[in-house]
Design a protein around this ligand. Sequence first.
Ligand code: SAM
Length: 318
Amino acid sequence: TDSDTADEAVRSTCDDASICKRFATSKGYWNDPYIQNFVRQTGERKAPEINRGYYARVHGVNHLLDAFLEKTHCDCQVVSLGAGLDTTFWRLKGENTLPKKYFEVDFPMIVARKVHHIKTKPQLSKPLMETHSADSLLLDGHNLDSDRYCIISADLRDLPSLEEKLRKFHINTKLPTLFVSECVLVYMTPEQSSKLVHWVSHTFHTAMFINYEQVNMADRFGQIMIENLQRRQCNLAGVVVCQSLDSQKERFLSTGWESVNALDMMAVYSLLPQEDISRIERLEFLDEKELLQQLLQHYSICWAVKDTLNLGISEIGF
Ligand code: SAM
């Protein structure tokens, strides 16, 4: 059916993200020794503005995530929605900043691929086993469950089943919990993503939600971005929420969150420490700054907070 085709196209976006991240790390933008296990080849060259855009994206998300872990002293949970082949679990393990439990959710087909990589690559399985005490590791092809890391197959548009699976794998709604979605909500209708963020704010008393995705889609450049995704038959049901920073914030303000912030990625890029900017701008020559600016103005990071325990997580920012 058309909707199967659209879901299949959406699933394939996780390879794009990992291929671009793999390429940028091969150029030295940031360090990720684990991604090579998911994307073997460095692949074809990506334009410098794409690599800088990915740098800002990864830096932006990591900065907020690390701040949340620090504020909660890692006495918390992280739930990565539409995690794809993301490697954050291994980064945190390496930096000794793992939360109590790190959850990931994606479609069954993506989870099966990820679990297969983990099973067959010692660089991935060894750190996981080091965090696991009992010999009751669950690995059934569609889910992985261990003491500190859990990967769940679920459709984020089906909330009852998502909730049931998170509970089955012992999510603790009393612990401060960070939800992250990176280029995921755009593939759901505004109703579906609103219900999802509403469920989070009404289920966890202390929570933060980080959402990275497209913004300012109404202008000419935005239209071209949409056409490119549509050409691949991706279902962009959520793109109306990507009209402005205000519409991004509104999704959270109308669903029970206490405070919400949003920045476009040009702002995030400008707020990078000067030494980071100098370093990454030396990696590859870019004489046309305008395209980089335009690209970065069309992505945003939005973070919402509900801080019943008064942990100070509403102070988190750039
Ligand atoms: N977050 C990862 C990253 O940034 O590297 C992957 C991003 S990729 C663009 C989008 C991911 O969201 C894909 O892995 C896709 O399968 C997942 N996804 C999209 N809609 C979903 C849904 N309804 N349920 C579960 N996963 C979904």
